[in-house]
Design a binder for this molecule. Structure first.
Ligand code: SF4
Length: 144
């Protein structure tokens, strides 16, 4: 199975704070799959480290109030381009991120408050038929 995976879940230091979110169990379970690591925010042109971003009223803002929507949209489109190029039908994306989060994201107040919603990339991929999982439920995909 071909799976696009958020690079930070695989150990890349691409998070806004320059750190990773490496998931050791995920690393073990994906070894028999064809994996494409990808970071939408870096693909959208954001630097690492960078200011944290959250979604608010359909826009992406960072914690000093700058509008980053266009860069995150660019990253989402780049991610979809890769999925189409490689016929990828499944993605494992980092939860809660304004790009990769699926189902729950932060509410735009930078207070760690979660609300229902999808990150920009997760939403675009889902709208194009790609099944989205996260580091919280990837075993539903990998263990049958
Ligand atoms: S955009 Fe996605 S892959 Fe990149 S650091 Fe954020 S959560 Fe990880």
């Amino acid at each position: 199975m071909k799976i696009l995976i958020s690079s930070c879940l695989l150990g890349c230091n691409c998070r806004y704070d320059g750190n990773t979110q490496k998931q050791n169990e995920l690393h073990k379970l994906i070894k028999n799959n064809y994996v494409i690591p990808f970071c939408p925010e870096q693909a959208g042109g954001l630097s690492t480290p960078r200011k944290p971003c959250e979604l608010l009223n359909g826009k992406v803002i960072n914690n000093i109030g700058e509008d980053m929507t266009n860069m995150l949209l660019k990253g989402a489109n780049e991610t979809l381009k890769i999925c189409k190029l490689y016929n990828i039908e499944h993605a494992i994306l980092k939860s809660k991120s304004p790009s990769c989060g699926y189902g729950l994201i932060y509410d735009g107040t930078f207070s760690k408050t979660l609300i229902e919603g999808n990150g920009i990339t997760a939403k675009l991929l889902s709208n194009n038929g790609i099944k989205i999982f996260s580091e919280l439920n990837y075993t539903d995909l990998l263990i049958k």
